[in-house]
Ligand binder design. Structure first.
Ligand code: MRU
Length: 332
């Protein structure tokens, strides 16, 4: 299994072979692979890394090993439901799978490939469902990275933008840099720029100013988990944008593949927010920008209440409030 190490972008394109399940866990944890759908896909394949069927006496032995691996990989990051969602798909397949170690592995590889292929179709469908939102001459603001790097290809929030560009619609995108780990400047600005889309990078704390100048028409982001009532967990800073959007009467759309919907969470309050290493805030790339050991808060995500969300863009269409029954229908 090969992963593009996203922590090295945009300076270096480094493909890193994954040789053990521990390495895959670390890659997810360290954000070498990140973005909700991408970590689900990586975990699905990751279950099978360095798994030699010949080393297992029978079906039960390999089933137990894969179940242990799934339990372990699920602990890599808590907020994006796609990780547990993909691993649950693999677990279901495990229980249905055939009689000897080699066919168990083959069957699980098939399931991982299916998850990967389905994500491609979902991203394409989100692009088509969201295309009508992108009008010529628009200024769009996005946060974090919900582009090709966060999924199988194309993206979720960025998917309609890529399709619009392909169709010759011209527009402009403001990209929040997304402190502390700069997914906006390192990844989103990079991938949009490479595709020829007109991009302006801003610091997160400039969004209010840019909106106050009438320079934003629409905000679109991805999500890591949407609760049954439509509350949205996404990269820290999304809640601030949603509050600003309400103040400036701007539409805020959340692009959400069905793999990011979690009907077991009644509201966003139940979603676990990942707390990360304080050193991520004390500096960047090993360069300290704060007093040593200063107290730090580093939640990686926040929850935007459903009532601040104009629409949830899914592969099956654009949902508008009230979200509850439509999200439930979508998952049937
Ligand atoms: O910490 P990250 O980089 O994994 O956070 C990613 C995000 O918050 C994305 O917006 C989200 O996963 C949607 S990706 C299609």
């Amino acid at each position: 299994m090969l992963l593009l190490d996203q922590t090295r972008l945009p300076h270096e394109i480094k493909i890193e072979p994954q040789k053990s399940v521990t390495q895959v866990w670390e890659s997810i944890r360290q954000l070498k692979v990140r973005g909700a759908p991408a970590i689900g896909i990586a975990a699905a394949y990751g279950l099978l890394v360095d798994l030699d069927p010949a080393a297992f006496a029978d079906r039960d032995a390999i089933v137990q090993e894969i179940a242990n691996r799934a339990e372990y990989l699920e602990t890599a990051r808590p907020t994006a439901v796609n990780l547990a969602w993909a691993l649950n798909r693999m677990r279901n397949r495990l229980h249905q799978s055939a009689s000897n170690p080699a066919s168990v592995r083959a069957s699980l590889l098939q399931e991982a490939r299916l998850i990967h292929a389905e994500d491609r179709q979902i991203c394409q469908a989100i692009a088509e469902q969201g295309l009508h939102l992108i009008k010529p001459g628009m200024n769009i603001l996005t946060h974090c990275n919900a582009g090709a790097l966060a999924v199988s290809e194309l993206g979720t929030a960025l998917a309609p933008l890529y399709l619009a560009r392909k169709k010759g619609i011209s527009f402009h995108v403001y990209v929040d840099e997304t402190r502390p780990l700069l997914q906006g400047s390192r990844l989103t600005a990079w991938e949009l720029d490479q595709s020829g889309i007109d991009v302006t990078l801003i610091c997160d704390n400039m969004a209010a100013y840019v909106m106050s100048q009438g320079k934003v028409d629409l905000i679109i982001t991805g999500t890591d988990r949407v609760a049954a009532n439509g509350d949205v967990a996404n990269k820290i800073g999304t809640l601030g944008l949603a509050i600003l959007a309400r103040h400036f009467k701007l539409p805020l759309y959340i692009a959400c593949p069905s793999s990011s919907i979690d009907l077991d969470m009644q509201t966003g309050e139940e979603i676990e927010i990942e707390q990360r290493d304080p050193d991520e805030v004390r500096g960047f790339a090993g360069v300290r920008a704060a007093p040593e050991n200063i107290n730090v808060l580093n939640p990686a995500f926040d929850v935007t209440p459903a009532n601040l969300v104009t629409g949830i863009l899914t592969e099956k269409g654009l949902l508008t409030p009230p979200y509850g029954p439509q999200l439930a229908d979508l998952c049937k």
